[in-house]
Write a protein that binds this ligand. Structure first.
Ligand SMILES: *[C@@H]1O[C@H](CO)[C@@H](O)[C@H](O)[C@H]1NC(C)=O
Ligand SMILES: *[C@@H]1O[C@H](CO)[C@@H](O)[C@H](O)[C@H]1NC(C)=O
Ligand SMILES: [Cu+2]
Length: 220
């Protein structure tokens, strides 16, 4: 057992060195996939994760806090957005999507409250993760029209004992149509605590249940 887990960790480290990590850099909206960083804020940390739970870079990745680096796409409430990474996600962990209403998506700093609109946890029995290159989310049909930052978060918890890794990107979106529902939200950073079971989980040991960190998913 001990031997097997050492080999697993060693090969994970090797993969890390061979492939680097991954970064969500393309957005599909209105059925059209944009170029890299079209409607997705640029980042300055290549494909590296953020690991500090108190870091403002958890919002929109390193370099994504100021906006203005890309355009804002208009799309209808109730429509689908897809975030696509440069390579398929290969570190096990949950995927969550958040939105925050903003005055201007191109200048917002992400300090406004974020609500969660989807989460993807593992499937049991087995604890199998949905590791993909693309993940989609539906903008709730009831949200108010207006500008939003829409954020994907993949939390890599593949290496128990080391700090989990946040892979995030923000899309700049102007939602049209919609309803009048406004959801309460949480601050980022602050949405995940160091003591959260879904943050500290050891996915290789007695892994029978899992709660995705952060608030409950908001629904219409
Ligand atoms: C959207 O993602 C879900 C999993 O979260 C998947 O089952 C579904 O096939 C995806 N839809 C499209 C159009 O890719
Ligand atoms: C699994 O469920 C137990 C009992 O409710 C809970 O204490 C634990 O935190 C959960 N583990 C995870 C990883 O969510
Ligand atoms: Cu990695």
């Amino acid at each position: 057992m001990k031997f097997i887990s050492t080999v697993a960790v060693a090969s994970a480290v090797f993969l890390e060195a061979a492939n680097g990590h991954y970064i969500f850099q393309k957005l599909t909206a209105n059925g059209v996939q944009g170029d890299a960083y079209q409607n997705i804020r640029t980042n300055t940390n290549n494909n590296s994760p953020v690991t500090d739970l108190a870091d403002n870079d958890l919002r929109c990745n390193v370099g994504g806090g100021t906006g203005g680096s890309t355009t804002t796409v208009s799309t209808a409430a109730g429509s689908s957005l897809t975030f696509t990474a440069d390579i398929a996600v290969y570190h096990q962990g949950p995927v969550s999507f958040y939105m925050t209403p903003v005055t201007s998506a191109s200048t917002a700093d992400g300090s406004t409250p974020w609500f969660k609109i989807k989460e993807i946890g593992p499937t049991f029995p087995g604890g199998t993760w949905d590791l993909e290159q693309s993940y989609n989310v539906t903008i709730p049909s009831c949200v108010a029209a207006g500008e939003y930052l829409v954020r994907i978060e993949q939390l890599a918890i593949h290496n128990p004992g080391a700090a989990p890794q946040f892979y995030t990107s923000c899309a700049q979106v102007k939602v049209t149509g919609g309803g009048s529902k406004s959801f309460s939200g949480v601050s980022i950073p602050g949405h995940v605590k160091a003591t959260d079971a879904g943050y500290t989980a050891n996915i290789y040991n007695n892994f029978n249940n899992y709660t995705v960190p952060g608030p409950a998913v908001s629904t219409c």
